[in-house]
Write a protein that binds this ligand. Sequence first.
Ligand code: BGC
Length: 692
Amino acid sequence: ASAHGVYALWLNGKRVDSRRLAPETTPYESLLYYQIYDLKPFLQEGENTLRVLLADGWWIGRIGLTGHSCQYGDRLGFLGQLELSYSDGTADTIVTDSSFESRPSHICYADLFMGEKWDMTAASAPWTPCTVAGAADATLTVQPIAPIGAWTTLDPVAVMTTPNGELVADFGQCLAGVVELRLSCPAGTAVTLDHSETLDTEGNFFRNILGRNKDQQDTVICGEGETAFCPEFTYHGFRYVRISGASREQVLSIRALVIGTPLEELGSFSCSDGLLTQLQGNIRRSTRSNMVSVPTDCPQREKMGWTGDIQVFVPTGSFNYDLSGFLGAWLGQMRLSQTEDGGIPIIIPTYPAQTAMQLKTNGGNTSSAWSDACVLVPWQLYKMYGDKQVLRDNLPMMEKWMDYIAAASHDYLWTEGYHFGDWLIPSFQDDIEGGTKATAPVIAACQYAVTTAALIEVLEALGEKDKVEQYRNLLYTIRKAICRKFVREDGTIEGGTQGLYVMVLHSGAVEGELAKKVAARLAEKIAQNDGALDTGFVSTPHLLNVLMDNGYEDLAWQLLMRTESPSWLYQVVCGATTIWENWNAIRPDGTVTASSYNHYSLGSVGSWMYRHIGGLHPVEAGWRTMEFAPAFRCVDSAQCSHLTPYGLAACSWKKGENGIEIEVQVPHGVTAWLRVGEEKRPLTAGKHTFTI
Ligand code: BGC
């Protein structure tokens, strides 16, 4: 089965599967997933009735940032093929055609962003024959990833009356999902659910997502007796839900269904500092909320496969969860979306209205650090999981993209096209465009070097020796060009935000004495900023690494442990349960802003925490060689593990009276050592304990 729109199937009154939002989102112009169901368990003697519920979804619904409807088409369609094999060896095929009938259902509308409305009092409409639609252009492919589903449920931690007298349920954490209700209201009562991720300063319901067609509102018009309501064809990003139209007593039950693509857990992390443990927990919740068919930026405002977000986040996401198949399929969509000239759209799948807006406002649909995901995501997946197939599958796309950058560059500096720069820097929080302008040239130049360096590792892994040489020469020249153009002899960078210093260091453009000077300037800038970071999306993942690598280890820990704004732990102290899009989504003066409270990108620090607190370092791709090297800083104990392709790697340590007790678990088939200071102690497979 597949659809233009989203569908759910019943046979003889029984739902054949618990999946949601099939056939999910793909670049519909070229690719449409289909699903296969075994209907045998639902068959009955005599007549059998197949029922399909069909709704707008991504095909017709008001999707993306622009909120335009009908971006792919204005008619819903369902395609089904029933294959019947009889016990006498004969077979039949029934394909959807004009002998099927349709009618409006109890669902008045269903939209991924606006929400869903049911009318349980509506009289049944008459059946009319279906119209046969023209053949779709897209290739039909069986869905390659696990289906979206409700993978857990949450009871509210409180159902309360807020100071302004509204009934609000609190689920205790931000999530992607829907609210399921049982109501006892007179027939005809309209009960409305509004969703939000935060309350305001007074503790009242606050709509944190604004914009065209972003209502996030579900309504049910109750029928006779008890009404059970659970939206089928939408999902929202929320922690709080406001219930209007019913009293507390009329709400017989309420719970949240947490929705997403199921992911296998690979990592675990905890330490003696509750705030840091909570931070990694928040990172994990944001991961779960945003792996919904494709890696999305947020589960409320945009729900789109922003390439830059997953590019910065994949090292962390892949520590916590197995993202190989999920992102492998998404990269397949990216390959289909690459333009003739090699351009990689900044969002995959890219929606037509979104692309048009991007072309109009930015003059292009690519950006450094975003489109670079086509190289950096497969490379990171390879480093974490060790499977070269993801490199082979995507190499042609990567090379075409590198040619695109080369064509957009002058004197080896990436000057053409639109660039988001170091997106969302705290000091530019009221002038986002200003932040983009101030940082785009250096970010684009440095990112070119970073991506080229990653490509070299990809080519080395694939044994493409000639190409390795070619790209090494290119990298050398790019680095020289960055240095010449942007870095002064005293290590300063003109107009340099912290992020630019980070990216120049991370790009490898400066070495030796000059690198020392650049790092010293970065440290000065942090000191001048009251000891706080001031980095955006692109540079944040590299901030602590470049400080460590350049002799500023104390400063790196100081930034991590800081609890004043802006910092990672500031969010936690403010009560965040997922990662905020903006460092100051709740301002230090308490102002609650209308932003996303569930954006994983700034959670990119998660992998640093695994490596330096937990001590787990993948040295060779796929953990064939691994180092255990906890830093033993700032916390008293930590327990951390990751299920590598070779088995479980785990490290736990605790400061005690006689020193630090450390236990490591080494999987079979790897080369491993424990590093203590300069000393490397070789480790065999199995569990080992040491006191240091
Ligand atoms: C999205 C991001 C995205 C960015 C592009 C935002 O509106 O939510 O996460 O990467 O735009 O700069």
